[in-house]
Design a protein around this ligand. Structure first.
Ligand code: T5A
Length: 209
């Protein structure tokens, strides 16, 4: 059986990953492919419980090191129980965030050492890396207005990481750009500031090139 393809979607808050993943999934299914969509942190019962702790724990919020280890624990469970079996079955896996978010947020954003992060992450994912990573980029103003419109529509409010401050989020943005520069063969930057249709057609051209 031919191994499936693994594509991760990355970027800052509200860059439109979820919207584009739904579109690519529909496109792939229309072409007869079998597709699994996962989100990080999350995607298994244990990983979804960890997600709640990471996003919403206010009384005893995780310190930076605990935050890192919780993200990695959620990923280890997702890789072992969902992503690797799906790839072995020849299915496509589209992941809303993966390891590059850890490097950008916990490495560049929180300042934890990148060498250690890479090693610990590789242990957590048993060496698995995406075949292709689409880095969706929007200017900070666009990201803020998309998040506001989503919050208004869903009556939700910003979580602990979204509220981390402008300095943190600009380090994350610069981190993603550095990661893309270091691995141009895997990480492709996508201008995500256009309409959903415009961004979807850029992505289609990259995936079906
Ligand atoms: N994190 C995660 C870490 O710190 N380390 C890690 O290792 C990992 C894996 C996850 C948080 O955890 C952090 C990063 C995050 O802070 P989350 O709730 O999953 O939290 O948040 P995000 O991944 O940031 O996802 P969001 O749902 O906030 O944003 P999306 O998925 O990028 O954007 P989407 O598609 O939901 O769109 C947002 C809004 O914009 C509109 C949509 O309709 C929606 O209202 N929109 C557009 N509007 C105009 N034009 C377009 N092209 C649009 N595309 C979407």
């Amino acid at each position: 059986m031919k191994r499936g393809k693994f594509i991760s979607f990355e970027g800052g808050e509200g860059c439109g990953k979820t919207t584009q993943i739904a579109r690519l999934k529909a496109e792939l299914e229309a072409r007869g492919e079998s597709v699994v969509v996962v989100r990080e942190p999350g995607g298994t019962r244990l990983s979804e419980l960890i997600r709640t702790l990471l996003k919403d724990e206010e009384d005893d919020p995780p310190c930076d090191r605990a935050e890192l280890l919780l993200f990695l624990a959620a990923r280890a469970q997702l890789v072992r129980n969902v992503i690797s079996p799906a790839l072995d079955d020849g299915r496509w896996v589209l992941s809303d965030r993966f390891s590059d978010s850890t490097f950008a947020y916990q490495g560049y954003g929180r300042g934890l050492p990148l060498d250690f992060l890479r090693e610990a992450n590789s242990f957590a994912c048993e060496g698995l890396s995406p075949d292709l990573t689409l880095l969706l980029e929007v200017p900070p103003g666009v990201s803020a207005s998309r998040m506001r419109s989503r919050e208004a529509r869903t009556a939700s409010s910003a979580d602990r990481i979204e509220r981390a401050g402008d300095g943190f989020h600009s380090r994350v943005r610069e981190g993603f750009a550095s990661l893309a520069k270091a691995e141009p063969g895997r990480i492709v930057r996508v201008d995500a500031s256009g309409t959903p249709d415009e961004v979807a057609s850029l992505i289609r051209a990259l995936v079906f090139a």
